[in-house]
Design a protein around this ligand. Structure first.
Ligand SMILES: Cc1cc2nc3c(=O)[nH]c(=O)nc-3n(C[C@H](O)[C@H](O)[C@H](O)COP(=O)(O)O)c2cc1C
Length: 195
């Protein structure tokens, strides 16, 4: 059975560039051929910033808004994630933090990769912050990543990369690592966890 990869669009703002990056990456993931791909757009979920009264470590399955149900079940079904993130003030978008914080078991013992894009820093500042966050959630972030510094110079008006070779190689090597870790963690999840 193939592993399930949820590709998460982390930007929800009007006029966002994110769908261009998402379309490119989903094609790369399909070309990789080893995952069943689910593209998740956080703009389609209800993601309030006001969180439940009790922390997720104490109550990992709180009552969630009806508009989050679909998101929660798709996150739960995934074996691995690739998060697409821009840098917002040297970090990642608030909608992404809300999606992370509303969930807990959905991230546990799963593999996570990143595609970043922005100005000079190419999403790397957001990615480094996300690595810290996912440590707390007992997820494994893979070493390899894709970064698009000055993304606005790299894609044409139809959303195609002007020079696709290097980004494609970066995406494939990240997906290879992700698949290795996702396979190992899927097997590990079937045995009882350490306390
Ligand atoms: C609130 C905000 C903060 C930003 N901060 C940064 C930043 O720190 N570094 C950077 O290179 N670009 C920054 N940008 C530029 C974004 O990387 C750029 O607008 C990109 O298109 C955002 O992705 P999106 O269009 O998918 O939302 C910022 C943009 C916004 C809206």
């Amino acid at each position: 059975m193939s592993l399930k990869l949820a590709v998460i669009i982390g930007s929800v703002r009007e006029g966002r560039f994110a769908p261009t990056v998402a379309n490119w990456f989903v094609e790369e993931a399909a070309r990789h051929g080893q995952f069943e791909i689910d593209l998740i757009d956080l703009a389609e979920a209800d993601l309030p910033l006001a969180l439940p009264a009790v922390s997720p470590a104490m109550d990992p399955n709180p009552e969630r808004p009806a508009g989050m149900t679909d998101l929660s079940s798709r996150l739960g079904e995934a074996d691995a994630f690739v998060i697409l993130t821009p840098d917002y003030n040297r970090s990642y978008p608030a909608a992404l933090k809300a999606a992370i914080d509303w969930h807990f078991t959905q991230w546990d013992s799963k593999a996570i990769g990143f595609v970043g894009y922005s100005g000079a820093s190419g999403g790397l500042l957001a990615i480094e912050h996300l690595r810290q966050v996912f440590n707390e959630l007992n997820a494994h972030t893979v070493r390899n990543y894709v970064s698009f510094p000055r993304y606005y110079l790299l894609f044409d008006a139809e959303g195609k990369l002007l020079d696709p070779t290097e980004p494609a190689a970066a995406a494939q090597s990240m997906l290879d690592q992700l698949h290795w870790w996702a396979s190992a963690l899927a097997a590990a999840r079937s045995v009882p966890a350490a306390a």
